[in-house]
Design a protein around this ligand. Sequence first.
Ligand SMILES: NC(=O)c1ccc[n+]([C@@H]2O[C@H](COP(=O)([O-])OP(=O)(O)OC[C@H]3O[C@@H](n4cnc5c(N)ncnc54)[C@H](OP(=O)(O)O)[C@@H]3O)[C@@H](O)[C@H]2O)c1
Length: 260
Amino acid sequence: MARIAVVTGASSGVGAEFVRQLAAGAGGPLDEIWAIARRKDRLEELAAECAVDVRPIAADLTKAESLAEISQLLEEEHPQVQWLVNSAGFGKFGDAREVSPDEMADMVRLNCLAVVEMCYRTLPHMIAGSRIVNLASVASFIPQPGLVAYSATKRFVLDFTQGIDYELGQVGIHACALCPKFMRTEFLDNPGEQSDVDHLTKIGFEDKSHAVASAIRAAVLGKSLCISSPDMRLAYVATKLLPYRLAIAAENLILSLRPA
Ligand SMILES: NC(=O)c1ccc[n+]([C@@H]2O[C@H](COP(=O)([O-])OP(=O)(O)OC[C@H]3O[C@@H](n4cnc5c(N)ncnc54)[C@H](OP(=O)(O)O)[C@@H]3O)[C@@H](O)[C@H]2O)c1
C-alpha cells in the first residue's frame, strides 16, 4: 500500500514548502505526494524539483465536485495517508462595509469547509501515526478588526484541529494547527484594503521554511498547536488572559507605536 502525503495549496507559499520538506523526508518515508491546487502548471514545476513522486491534482476546493473527485481517487487507490496538510486558503482585508460578500463566502468555503471535508474524507485512509496539519494563523487568537471574517475562519480551524486531535489521539492520529504570523508568499499579492494591510502587518513577518519545519516537528511529536514565532507564543498567552476588547485595544496600541 502506497504511503502518501496529501497537501492542499501546494502551488505556492506554505503548501509548496510543505511538499518540498516532506519530499526531502522531514516527516518520514513517503512513496508519493498528492499536490492539490487550481494551477496545475505550478504543481508540475514543483513535482519536477522533488525527489519523491509528486502527483499534481488540479482542483478548486470551493467546489463540492472537486472534493468528491478526491474522495473517489482515495477509494479507487486505497493509499495509506501518512500526512494531510491543509494549506489552501486566502484572506481579504477591509472592514465589514468594504468586503465583497461573495468573496467572503468563498473564503469560508475554502478556509473552513474544505479543511473539514479533506480531514473527514482522508481519515478512513489514515492509520496510527498519521498526521494532519491545518493552517490556522496568529489571527485566530482574537478577532482582528480589518480582517474579521478571515480571523474567524482561522479561529474555526484552530478549534476544529484541537478538537479532532483530542478525538483521534485515542487511535494514534494527531492533528496540529500551525499559527504563523505573516510570511512573504502570494497571500498578500491581492489583499484588499491596503490601510488595514499596512496596520496589521506591523506585527512582523516570519520565514515560511522555519514555520513549516516547526509544524512538521510539532506534528511528529503529537502536538495540537504550533506557534512558530516566539513573540507570538507570548501574545497567545496574553490573549488567553485578557477580555477580547482589552486584547484588541492592546494590540492596536502596540501596532500604532511601531514604525510603518
Ligand atoms: N502568508 C501569510 O502571511 C499567512 C499567515 C498566516 C497563515 N497563512 C495561511 O497559510 C495558508 C497558505 O497561505 P500562503 O501564505 O501559502 O498563501 P499563497 O501563497 O497565496 O498560497 C495559497 C494556496 O492556496 C491555493 N488556493 C487558493 N484558492 C484555492 C481554491 N479555491 N482551491 C484550491 N486551492 C486554492 C493556491 O493555489 P491556486 O491559486 O493554484 O489554486 C495556493 O497554492 C493559508 O491558509 C493562509 O491563510 C498565511
